[in-house]
Design a protein around this ligand. Sequence first.
Ligand SMILES: Nc1ncnc2c1ncn2[C@@H]1O[C@H](COP(=O)(O)OP(=O)(O)O)[C@@H](O)[C@H]1O
Ligand SMILES: [Mg+2]
Length: 314
Amino acid sequence: MSLIELEHVHRTFRRPDGTVVYAVHDVSLTVADGTTVAIIGESGSGKSTLGRLVLGLLTPDSGRVAFEGKTLSTLSAEEIRRQRARIGVVFQEPFEQLNPRLKVGAIVEEPLIIHAPNLKAEERRQRVSALLQEVDLDPQIAARYPQALSGGQQQRVGIARALIMQPSLVVLDEPTSSLDLSVRAQILNLFGRLKQARGLTYMFISHDITTVEYFSDHVVVLYLGRVVEQGPTAKVLRQPRHPYTQALLSARLSVDPSVSPPHLPLTGDPPSPTRLVSGCPLVGRCPIETPECARAPIALQTKDEDHRVACLRA
Ligand SMILES: Nc1ncnc2c1ncn2[C@@H]1O[C@H](COP(=O)(O)OP(=O)(O)O)[C@@H](O)[C@H]1O
Ligand SMILES: [Mg+2]
């Protein structure tokens, strides 16, 4: 079953000067129950916007976002509230998502007060305590303020808060990018363990290819808000077909002697996200482009089984 389904989703933003940013453009994808789907792409490619659309924090300009088979735009306010409790989120900066005026226990407990008002205080405290232990924190930490904790501890508190409503899906938006390398590995292990124990589904937003390779089942590559390639992690990262994916991976792959995809450096600068290109978004930078590439939108084509690429020349 697919837990998340996006169909032809568009989302723009209007900047203060009136120009329009095409942040997510005609994106269709599904996330199957129990899998980890990584969203990769450079900064500004629309990854966080995609995550916020899935979380229901942003609404699409057009297209459809469905969670557990229900289209978000058709739900009542009450249904949306309940739905939101079923999706957790962990952001990059642990400290920014933790209210500095609340103690850790209250931070983790807060969603229960909002979404499960009938629960007794003692039951809430027990759940918070059990969850703190599950993320490898001493339950005593509940009495402390987040600013007294290390970055790794803060991120564990953020994870506990994300899980308190027992979500089926967790959106992880660069959850380890601001952490030290040693802590990063511990947090990734924790995500792996929690996924196993709770049968979680992850939407894992990252620009760290090594982590994505280790952590995800499927990869979706975004460029200028569009999906240019998607498929099983092994195929997309080991046999990238789109020139953009190849360029994105080439730096890392050059240090791995077991794989040697064609090295195709991109030329030119990334185009502005405020310009709506009619053909392939890579035109002007692509080493193998033809005049045809600029003419019309290029749909994702299936290459083998579930490996799909939006390139006329792949
Ligand atoms: N609230 C906003 N207002 C205006 N532009 C935005 C807003 N949020 C995102 N953008 C723009 O949308 C594009 C995609 O942003 P984002 O989804 O944050 O990318 P990523 O997470 O891949 O770095 C960028 O060009 C960004 O500047
Ligand atoms: Mg982002």
